[in-house]
Design a protein around this ligand. Sequence first.
Ligand code: NDP
Length: 271
Amino acid sequence: MATSAAAGTSAEDQELWSLDTPSFFHGAVALMYILAVVTAIAVSRTTAPYGRHVRRGWGWLMEVRDGWRVMESPALWAMLIVYTLGNHDHDPVPVFLLRLWQVHYTNRVIIYPWRMQVVGKGMPMIVVAAAFAFNIFNGYIQARQISHYGHYPSSRLRDPAFLLGLLLFLAGLAANFWADTVLLNLRSGPEERAYRIPTGFLFDHVSSPNYLCEMVEWLGWAVMTRSWAGLAFFVYTVANLAPRAASNHEWYRKKFADYPRSRRALVPFVW
Ligand code: NDP
């Protein structure tokens, strides 16, 4: 794991603020694993109230596309601010990792909400606030890992493990974009609220291929960064999305009497 090869060079460490020591960073990474366990338990008991699972009793609502723009935005700006404060922010591998991150989040913050077929649907502010806080926290961790505490010589770009991670990341990114596209095209226009049974490729095997591909993407990130920090984000993503995939699967089965019985929740042929 390349978590702290550059840590401890206190004279040259460019600290963000007095708290931002290597032990603060390691504590934050450890907290992410704890948060993953807490999140898995919480969202298994109570499905996060947005999208098809939105319901009354969760307070003020924000227009759903604005909700996505706001809650995911720290992954662009907070990540970039912290990244540029790192000692290795001009090194080729950190720059490459930053660009991959930015491709994913430019889609999620700007392109995805713009493509959403929805008018007047709300998302609870509490969901937006929780995700906003998480994205600041995660942005700090991932940025600090790749541009400051991690050790990423240029030779990594020829390392088979790094290339495998890159392949996973790009495959997950492309397939996640494709799955989002299939779902967003199920409705005829922004006024429509109906749900339909998605079909084709991975949708013939699982109910939430968008989540599966998101997980593959962050697994690729964990492999590329080869760090406890990168792994923490993958673990958190699974903890957050696997229970929701189970809820979506149950929801489809209840809603559609003709929902394909062979279709699994998240992992083809398995679960
Ligand atoms: P959903 O699959 O619940 O919804 C995606 C979009 O498609 C929504 O606009 C939804 O409308 C619409 N939609 C979904 N299913 C149907 C259907 N059967 N018929 C018609 N329209 C449908 O995904 P999420 O909103 O949970 O997530 C969106 C993206 O964000 C995904 O790619 C996901 O991987 C990613 N994500 C990543 C997280 C992470 O931890 N890294 C966390 C959460 C999301 P409506 O809103 O009306 O239901």
